[in-house]
Design a binder for this molecule. Structure first.
Ligand code: SAM
Length: 344
């Protein structure tokens, strides 16, 4: 089975074409070479020309700022601020892609959606068009100002100047359940997913679904099935809360500035309860991280080196297995067996 087909801008590829569990060939290729070329030079020029038109009122002296203008929005005064690489600012400039991301939320009018990193508001615009109530967290003050200018008085939009890594998500919505959507800055992906996992555990039923755009290779790792060569700590831990799905492959050409690699859309319903009951989360986390840190080693060689666990002697298990072959249920059972006395 082939990897998710790249969609041409304007033609989102359906998720049904992808089976992450059987992607071994494509998983082992570099992201740059996955799939066929999606945009001819002529098509690319047409997209860029559209962007130039959209940005025509912006400072003519700086072509970078013209290019950074999202389709459909031109600032009233001056251009958009130059993009900051350190904040992962690659703006989405293809309306069909933003519509496909919003559709993957499967939300209804009036639903509450928390958007992480709204930037210029390309995705926010579609969320509002769909009738959702949006709380958007943006770390860059300059972009908060852009959004305030773009929607000075929208009754379904709240923009908060905040670092999502420091924000208390339950407080932001006063405990009301919500979905999360975001075209994530690449540098915070893993830490944000760890933060969300903790949130799922400590605030059951607060987050109902997540739809996040990541680097394609990272999305493959996070959606890998147990047993797949790309199975990882996070793909395993996500499976306590649902079935992460690679909903879309998004070509790099729909971002401005264009990143080096394509992106992948991870979508997942969040179960209010862990799908595999775990009584000893600290042990489970130590076990999963400790074994994946030595992913080539058999468990009989890696587990005894993890601090604070019970000895494996006497526990009936096939200790010749390697971490990526274990399911979330296997790890839950093992954590139960290996939890030290003080955690019981
Ligand atoms: N949603 C917009 C789009 O799709 O065009 C922008 C996406 S851009 C890849 C990432 C956005 O996240 C930027 O606006 C950036 O300033 C913001 N950002 C980066 N780190 C953040 C953080 N820790 N908390 C909140 N926003 C952050």
């Amino acid at each position: 089975m082939a990897a998710a087909k790249k969609h041409k801008p304007g033609k989102p590829s359906p998720s049904s074409e992808h089976d992450p569990g059987k992607d071994h060939d494509d998983l082992n290729r570099s992201p740059d070479t996955v799939g066929e070329s999606v945009m001819s030079p002529e098509e690319l020029e047409r997209v860029l020309a559209g962007m130039r038109t959209a940005g025509s009122a912006i400072d003519e002296e700086d072509p970078r700022e013209r290019l950074a203008s999202p389709i459909g929005y031109t600032r009233k005064h001056g251009g958009l601020p130059p993009t900051k690489k350190s904040l992962g600012q690659n703006w989405l400039v293809d309306p069909d892609t933003t519509r496909a991301i919003a559709a993957a939320l499967r939300a209804s009018e009036g639903d509450l959606v928390v958007e992480i990193g709204p930037g210029t508001g390309a995705l926010t615009e579609v969320l509002l068009e769909n009738g959702y109530r949006v709380v958007a967290l943006e770390i860059d003050r300059r972009m908060v100002d852009v959004l305030a200018e773009r929607w000075p008085d929208h009754d379904r939009l709240t923009v908060i100047h905040a670092d999502v890594m420091k924000a208390d998500l339950s407080e932001i919505t006063n405990g009301e359940p919500f979905c999360i959507v975001g075209n994530l800055p690449y540098n915070i992906t893993s830490s944000l997913i760890f933060k969300l996992l903790e949130q799922f555990r400590t605030h059951p039923a607060l987050i109902s679904r997540i739809v996040i755009l990541l680097q394609y290779e990272v999305a493959l790792r996070l959606t890998a099935q147990p047993g797949a060569s790309k199975a990882s700590v996070l793909s395993l831990l996500l499976r306590y809360w649902g079935e992460p799905e690679l909903a879309l492959q998004v070509p790099k050409e729909v971002f401005q500035p264009m990143p080096k690699v394509d992106a992948g859309l991870l979508a997942m319903d969040i179960s209010p309860e862990p799908l595999h009951p775990v009584d000893h989360w600290p042990t489970l986390l130590r076990l999963v991280k400790g074994t994946f840190a030595k992913r080539r080693k058999m468990l009989r060689n890696s587990v005894p080196g993890i601090v604070g666990l019970r000895p494996i002697e006497g526990i009936e298990f096939d200790w010749t297995r390697r971490p990526q072959t274990l399911s979330a249920a296997d790890y839950a059972w093992l954590a139960e067996q290996l939890a030290p006395k003080h955690e019981r």
